[in-house]
Write a protein that binds this ligand. Sequence first.
Ligand SMILES: Cc1cc2nc3c(=O)[nH]c(=O)nc-3n(C[C@H](O)[C@H](O)[C@H](O)COP(=O)(O)OP(=O)(O)OC[C@H]3O[C@@H](n4cnc5c(N)ncnc54)[C@H](O)[C@@H]3O)c2cc1C
Length: 499
Amino acid sequence: MHPSILSILIIITTALSITSAAYKPAAPEIKTDPASLSKGSTDYGNIVHEIPAGVAYPSSEKDVVELIRASHASAEGPFAVAARGRGHSVRGQAMAGGGVVVDMTALGREKKRIRIDLEGMYADVGGEQLWIDVLRETVAEGVAPVSWTDYVYLSVGGTLSNAGISGQAFMHGPQISNVVELDVVTGKGEFMTCSRTRNPELFFGVLGGLGQFGIITRARIILDKAPIRVKWAKLLYSDFTAFTRDQEHLISNNASNYVEGFIVTNENAASDWTSSSPSRKSDVAALIKKQGVLYSIELVKYYDNYTAATIDQEFETLLKELKYMSGYNVTTDASFVEFISRVGDLDNGTPPLPSHPWLNLFIPKSSIVEFNAGVLAGMLPKLNDPKLNETFGIFIFYPFNRNKWDDRMTAVVPDEEVFYTLAALHTTPQDGYKSIDEFNNDILEFCKSRGLNVKQYLPNIKSKKEWIDHFGSKWETVEKRKAMFDPENILSPGQRIFN
Ligand SMILES: Cc1cc2nc3c(=O)[nH]c(=O)nc-3n(C[C@H](O)[C@H](O)[C@H](O)COP(=O)(O)OP(=O)(O)OC[C@H]3O[C@@H](n4cnc5c(N)ncnc54)[C@H](O)[C@@H]3O)c2cc1C
């Protein structure tokens, strides 16, 4: 056994003997076998690999408390502790080199921790639960959360530590805006329940808090009546102004339930509209050649048995208001569950695994014309060059209403009423990500040189100064909350904010 893990285990045992009577003796199982260490040092990005001393498999919240208390009791000084939800970070954010990674899934090993309250219209959900399970369990009761991520094989604690965004956020806000209560084990080893009125510093700190203040063990998520089916359209645009004008129109009138957008950089990405027609294919190819990119809006309207008779008419009226390329419109009908889980489960597959050097940004509305010229149309087409090593790329671009975000939370967004996200979701061969890292840096440099005031989402930031810039006026609050809830800086060191 690794000597430091042996000492952790001894510390845990000692800590248990001096623990207050409120906690029954419990200690998380800590493993140091190669499979555990490999899991603890791997994420979806496949770029950073920090090897922990051990991986903890807690069977209860008490185990998480004891682990953190053991860290503080360590004679060699506290060791780092990082919650790992699904490990779908892309830059080692859920790792703890030399410390202990907490495999959160262990908390739900015995039974799914999802309890639905139909009277209160909320679900109490374990922080380790995957959104796909929340979807299945709630829909079975005729209810569902209102705000999602595009991909639902992510843990509740993991997305709430960032924001949790998708095409519903314009109407309901991100997932962090749709949580009313949390149970959290702080970096001091205290188990606390918090909400907007009870321990609010912890509540607002943890939401979008990048794992810095505590480990979320339960979230109370707002529910609404579940839709049954969806009308789902994909529209193609050649003109950026028409594209963003329509997106902003859609997020202002609540006539649809989901609005996203994509940047189409090659003919493959346009196949939805061209596969059935050779002439369309050549028209689209000519347009992409001429202007580098096309744009698409993806839009959805929910319906149920009561609105089934009128949905086609309503959807047609909605589409008529939009200025997409005439005839370039694909509409489908799907169940609500099919739509929400449309991406499927992207597990890591078999080695060699690809790398995912993603860049996610929030861009203020006032900057998008310049951002389009410099980045969307100016740079993204360059990724078609095989020298850049991009084997596959998806570029998502859509707007939010800032009034649906709560500024007291740690999540950082631009200071304008409407802002957009760009998700540049790159895939490269294993370890072939450096050229894309340079490409991403060029995007950030462009934004900086033009003073575009973009903010990173799922931030990949390395220096303290850049973190201070990132948080801006929130930095003081972040520092204050860190001192309150994790003064020894043990939590989620993979974010590289305080370590
Ligand atoms: C294929 C894919 C699609 C995605 N799509 C979207 C999307 O549409 N919208 C969106 O918003 N995001 C999206 N993401 C990003 C995703 O939300 C974040 O990477 C999120 O952190 C992943 O959740 P996870 O459970 O894998 O977290 P992990 O990677 O395990 O952890 C992320 C961070 O949160 C901390 N953490 C984990 N669990 C807890 C907890 N219970 N309490 C406190 N801290 C915790 C970790 O220590 C780490 O710092 C996507 C990611 C992937 C790989």
